[in-house]
Design a protein around this ligand. Structure first.
Ligand code: 1GP
Length: 244
């Protein structure tokens, strides 16, 4: 699984992942969106969301998406309810800058046996909220890293590296007005050697290009998929971030 992601990154450079919030979408609509995103250049489909609590619906969405795309379908859980046996893998994440141990290790402990039972490849991920973080910041009781303090972000990133987390997600929050500042992405890239994901507020090729140049490997878009002609923008994003 990680090999496939690494191969993709080596061949094309930074890639785009499309995030589908399983809570607010029918399986049929989700699979259509995933197909459209894939044909516009998304290489990974993420399914999850910080308020996704309906595990039955989640599984239906994952199965529908899996049927219709060849991209990797990876779970992006916000809680123990974010686990489905039908996905290719799960981002097994710890919200490192939460004030609540539940989101750092407890939900992970509660969910671990299900991940093993379903034989889901678990991709260890440090999840860091930058700024307020929208719903993820609120639900996850995060103490957001101030967007003007890159040094704080790099401290956490280095800690993630030393803890063996092979993925790191810098999250500005879904629907954020501004994406994660490039200074933060650069500071993290300087110290972190694993796969770096950046998401929240990415709506244009211009922003995406800056974030990719700053060192992101995977750019996550969610809200963009709700816009009428999102495929054009997504195609532009995929083109400008790729080294190919
Ligand atoms: C949310 O970072 C993702 O977890 C995506 O954010 O919806 O703003 O693209 P957007």
């Amino acid at each position: 699984m990680e090999l496939r992601i690494n191969e993709l990154l080596t061949t094309t450079g930074p890639i785009c992942a499309a995030l589908i919030d399983s809570e607010n979408i029918s399986p049929k609509k989700a699979s259509k969106l995933a197909r459209q995103a894939e044909s516009a250049g998304a290489k990974i489909i993420l399914v999850g969301g910080s308020t996704a609590i309906d595990q039955i619906e989640l599984d239906k969405v994952v199965r529908a998406v899996k049927r219709d795309v060849t991209s990797l379908v990876i779970l992006f859980p916000g809680n123990v309810s974010g686990i489905s046996p039908s996905a290719d893998a799960i981002f097994f994440s710890s919200l490192m800058n939460s004030d609540d141990p539940y989101f750092i290790t407890e939900a992970q402990a509660l969910g671990a046996l299900a991940v093993r039972k379903y034989q889901l490849p678990a991709l260890p991920m440090a999840y860091l909220i930058i700024g307020e973080g929208g719903s993820a910041g609120f639900i996850g009781r995060s103490r957001g890293i101030p967007p003007d303090k890159p040094s704080l972000a790099s401290m956490y990133a280095l800690a993630a590296q030393y803890l063996g987390m092979r993925f790191l997600y810098l999250e500005a929050g879904s629907g954020a007005d501004g994406a994660v500042p490039t200074r933060i992405v650069e500071a993290v890239r300087n110290v972190y050697e694993g796969i770096l994901l950046v998401g929240g507020g990415i709506k244009s090729a211009e922003t995406a290009s800056k974030i990719a140049k700053a060192g992101a490997d995977i750019l996550v878009v969610g809200n963009l998929l709700e816009q009428p002609k999102f495929q054009d923008t997504l195609r532009d994003i995929s083109r400008v971030i790729s080294h190919k």
